[in-house]
Design a protein around this ligand. Structure first.
Ligand code: MG
Length: 158
C-alpha cells in the first residue's frame, strides 16, 4: 500500500457586507462580516481541497477552479471539495482523513463544529476534523482582518 500526505493552506480577508453569507466548513454563520473571495470564500473547504490535491499530486485549487472563471463565481466550496475528491479517487487515491486547524476569533466555531465536520466529511467521503485556534492578538488575524486555515490529508492506494 502506498501512503501520501498533503498539506493545504488558505486565507481570506473579512469584508463588511451584510448581504454576503459567512461560510465556514460548509456552514453559514450569522455575522455582519463575510469573507472576501470569488467563490463563497469557505477557507476551511479550500484548505482541505488543497491538502487532498497535494496528497494526490494533482496541483492546487486555483488550477482546478480558476478564480478568473465565471463558472466558479459564488461557488459552493463543498461542491469544489467534492469534485476535487472525485478527481483524487479517479487518479487512484483513496482519502484516509483530513484534519484542519482554523485560526480566528470570529465567529465562534465550537457551536457549529460537529455540523462543519459532518458536511466536510460527507463531501470527502472520509473523516474530516476541524479545530479552532485563537490568534492571541497577533498580527492581521489577531486584529480580526481575516481567517486562515491549515489542513493535512492522507491518501492511500493499494
Ligand atoms: Mg480560498
Amino acid at each position: 500500500m502506498q501512503v501520501r500526505v498533503g498539506q493545504g493552506f488558505d486565507v481570506h480577508p473579512f469584508i463588511a457586507d451584510a448581504s454576503r453569507p459567512l461560510v465556514l466548513g460548509g456552514v453559514t454563520f450569522p455575522s455582519e462580516r463575510a469573507l472576501k473571495g470569488h467563490s463563497d470564500a469557505d477557507v476551511i473547504a479550500h484548505a482541505c481541497t488543497d491538502a487532498l490535491l497535494g496528497a494526490a499530486g494533482l496541483g492546487d485549487i486555483g488550477e482546478l477552479f480558476p478564480d478568473t472563471d465565471p463558472a466558479w463565481a459564488g461557488a459552493d466550496s463543498l461542491e469544489l471539495l467534492a469534485e476535487a475528491t472525485r478527481r483524487v479517487r479517479e487518479a487512484g487515491w483513496e482519502p484516509g482523513n483530513v484534519d484542519a486547524s482554523v485560526v480566528t476569533d470570529h465567529p465562534k466555531l465550537a457551536p457549529m463544529r460537529d455540523e462543519m465536520q459532518s458536511r466536510l466529511s460527507a463531501a470527502v467521503g472520509a473523516p474530516v476534523t476541524v479545530k479552532g485556534r485563537r490568534p492571541e492578538g497577533l498580527g492581521a488575524l489577531g486584529r480580526g482582518e481575516g481567517v486562515a486555515c491549515w489542513a493535512v490529508a492522507v491518501v492511500t492506494s493499494s
